[in-house]
Design a protein. Structure first.
Length: 128
């Protein structure tokens, strides 16, 4: 029954700017947030598309039909980009990077914001 439970894999690929890692530090695991974060934006995108289609079908033919349809299309694109595009880009650009020394949260659409949750070396012995 291996077809029912697909094998999960993770990326072990180093990011492009590994220059931020300390000497001797290596990337162990690189993950994105769970895909469930995109469920609400995807639902909103589908609702916007359906609403735009209904409104486009309700516009009666005439001299004002073309500008009205253009306005509906532009409004639908703006709402879709705002409510789906931005969350998607935020999800895609957020990474959790586990290194040999720390766990880093990297996020940002246009910026290179990064923060370390733990800058202390991983301890393997007693707490002295």
């Amino acid at each position: 029954m291996s077809w029912a439970f697909p094998r999960l894999t993770c990326q072990h690929v180093a990011m492009a700017d590994d220059t931020e890692l300390a000497e001797g530090e290596h990337t162990v695991l690189l993950l994105h947030p769970h895909w469930k974060i995109l469920l609400r934006p995807t639902l909103i995108l589908l609702l916007v598309a359906a609403a735009a289609a209904v409104v486009l079908l309700m516009i009666p033919p005439g001299s004002y039909a073309t500008p009205g349809r253009i306005a509906v299309g532009v409004l639908a694109v703006v709402v879709a980009v705002t409510w789906f595009g931005v969350p998607f880009l935020r999800w895609q650009t957020t990474t959790y990077e586990l290194t040999t020394r720390r766990l880093r949260l990297r996020e940002g659409i246009l910026s290179a914001a990064a923060s370390s949750w733990s800058n202390r070396p991983a301890s393997t012995g007693s707490s002295s």
